[in-house]
Design a protein around this ligand. Sequence first.
Ligand code: AMP
Length: 249
Amino acid sequence: MKVLVPVKRVVDYNVKVRVKSDGSGIDTAGVKMSMNPFDEIAVEEAVRLKEQRVASEIIVVSVGINACQDVLRTALAMGADRGVLIAATETLEPLAVAKLLKALVAREIVQLVMMGKQAIDDDMNATGQMLAGILGWPQGTFASKVVITADTATVTREVDSGLETVALALPAVITTDLRLNEPRYASLPNVMRARKKPIEVIAPHELGVEHSPRLTVVNVTEPARRAAGIKVKSVQELVERLRKEAKVI
Ligand code: AMP
């Protein structure tokens, strides 16, 4: 079974982001960029499927600028087999990314797409759902456990009320949640080996996809500053204040 894992290059989760002074977006100049953390979890899960001999090949794909090859290399060092960079100079919206992924799924004859539930830069939480929709495939989103048998994926989903287990007929799209696994660090020999693994660069038009934007970012601002906290003298006072001042948001 071929597994496709889309990986997005985002501002590293440890970086405190700065908004550009003209409010047009986030300042990424000189900022550390990394693989979206949920995508690392997806790569790890795919590699585990390969180790269990459930997956035969893992293809990682990133849509974006040339520097996205860095996150592809990281995924290759973790155990993916080959990479595809779909070259785009501007940031594409989830629907455009989903259309490109659909075209790649058809070209590669993939049986499973394992991807992050959400990119931590734009928090869209949409690409996986859109991809499953336009492919007409079942989807198991927010996965915290995945079991694959011959033609079924059993996915335990993290939902507000607890855990929900669904069975999907393959081919399917699965999106990963935080508790699915703990991604491995790539060892130095694997980083070296990954340098020799192939990365193909293709343009969106080669996949026959039109990707003009449908949204315009009007303005980006920093969140309102939180008021400083206070220290209470006793548990008694804490309980008293909670009773009188705490609000249900
Ligand atoms: P989003 O819907 O933007 O929150 O992203 C959800 C998931 O879609 C991410 O975790 C990635 O797996 C995938 N994805 C979104 N944008 C890209 C991109 N530009 N390149 C590769 N994968 C992407």
